[in-house]
Each structure stands twice: as C-alpha cells, then as structure tokens.
Design a protein around this ligand. Sequence first.
Ligand SMILES: [Zn+2]
Length: 303
Amino acid sequence: MAAADRDDLPRLERAAHLRKDIDALEADLRAESSVLLPVWRDQSLLAGERVALIDLARARALLDASGELVWLGKLGAAGCFALDVSGVAEPLRHPVLAGAGEFKDLRMAGAALPVEHAALAAYARGILYWHRRHQHCGACGASTAPREGGHLRVCRAESCATQHFPRTDPAVIMLVHDEDRCLLGRQKTWPKGMYSTLAGFVEPGETLEEAVAREVEEESGVLVEDVRYFRSQPWPFPSSLMVGFTARARTRELRASDELEDARWFGRADLRAARERGFYVPGRFSLAGQLIEAWLAAPDAPV
Ligand SMILES: [Zn+2]
C-alpha cells in the first residue's frame, strides 16, 4: 500500500537510542513495513495534502540510484527513512515514484498539510539538506562519512576524525506590543502587502532575550522589555528553529532601517480589517501568524 492513503499518520518516535544499533537499522532496511520519504532538490513528495510515503520494500531500484539515506525513526511499528533523490534527473518518471505524488516546496505547500505531515516532511528536508552541505570536514577539508543512521558525519581523515552533528540555527521572532498596538514590518522581498512580526538570527554569546531586544532595536529603533517566551517552530528553510516571543515596547518612535522597507504600529481593529485596508499578515501555519492571532485573541491579558 502506498502510504499516501494513510491519513492517520502515527506520531514519529525519533528513538535516538536505536541510531547506534546497526542490527536494528538493518532490520528496518529489510522490513516489509518500512517506509521512505523521498526529497528531491529540497522539495518534498506530496500526494495532495499529505506526505507521500513509499514502501521501502518496493524502492530498492531507487535506493541504488540515489544519495543519502537517513533513518528518521519509527512511525508506529514501521521504520521510517528519508532518501535524497536529487541525483535522479526526472524522479517522477522513475518506476518507483511514478504516480506517487508531486515534488513541492514545503515552504509554499506546508500550510496545507496536517501538522504531523508537515513536521515529518520538515525533518526529512532539514536533515538531507545538512548532509548535502557537510560532505567535507569543516576542520580539515577531507570528505566525511555518515554514521548512526545519518545523524552524524565523521571526517574520513584518521588524523582528524572530527564528528559533525546536524545543526540547527536559532532565530528569534517576536511580537512587540504596547497597550493596544503591535509592531509589524515588511521586507522589500516579501509579497506585496504582507506585514509580519520582526525576526532575526541569534548571534554567538547572546541569550535569546538579548537577541530579541537587539533585533527589534536594529530593525525599528524601538526599545523593549518584558520579553516572554511564546512557543517555537522548526523552520527548515534551510535549518532554523524559530523561537517565538512577545515583548513590551519601552519606546514607540520608529526609525528607518536597512533591513525593513517599512515598520508600523497596528491596532487590533487595523489587523481585523487588514484586507480592506490593503495589507495582510501570515497565516496560522507560521509562528508569526500564531503570535498575531494570540495577541488579537487576548485584548485584556498581557501577551
Ligand atoms: Zn577533518
């Protein structure tokens, strides 16, 4: 059965303790029940609004023609793998993948997927991206080899043997507010009319709270206090973890910056009538959308 039919996707258990268990991983490679998520040049194989899972037992011919294979964990009792098929010129013409779905950019298509499907596709995309970018050792330049089911790469030079682990780059995203307005901005490259929360990468030696305050000041000139954690979201485009915060504005005057084309204070009425007023904000798929929605929903509570 092509698992695209499996609407009730079990929760993925990463089962990290099995990554060093060669026998367990080999058993999953042979098992009839194991499934595979193909990723082609950062695009995920989707069947409508679901990830398309391929039965591993029927995919041997594809394994031989492909790149990195990573053991993601257990989907219920089934072993679950991600496979980089970027080297296959026309993957949907390959007999294993023909008719299984379409390759799509998760950044665009992810909003339509159920959350567990989007999370699984994000995991596969993120870890295969890391493998492609870490074929060589950052310490000595020699080639690296995958280990532990694809959760580690080790430098092949014996004198070096540096271990490289998959990396995630923390970024902060924050809804800055005062009593009754919130601060949103837009970058030049965004679609016309889109405004969103401010965001930026965390720098070495910096706490998340310090990154929030620094980014807000750099992008808008506003000073903040009372930085509070909201929630986080993996954002594998290519390898970030977005950490969401709210922050209270200590100053309100906006200053132009190179990073933003525009930044403005919006009242709740502005946001609720966004479309009529010629702008829009991100949807609930993104942490930005969730931050804005939470702020709109709790007018009297501190957010
Ligand atoms: Zn090395």
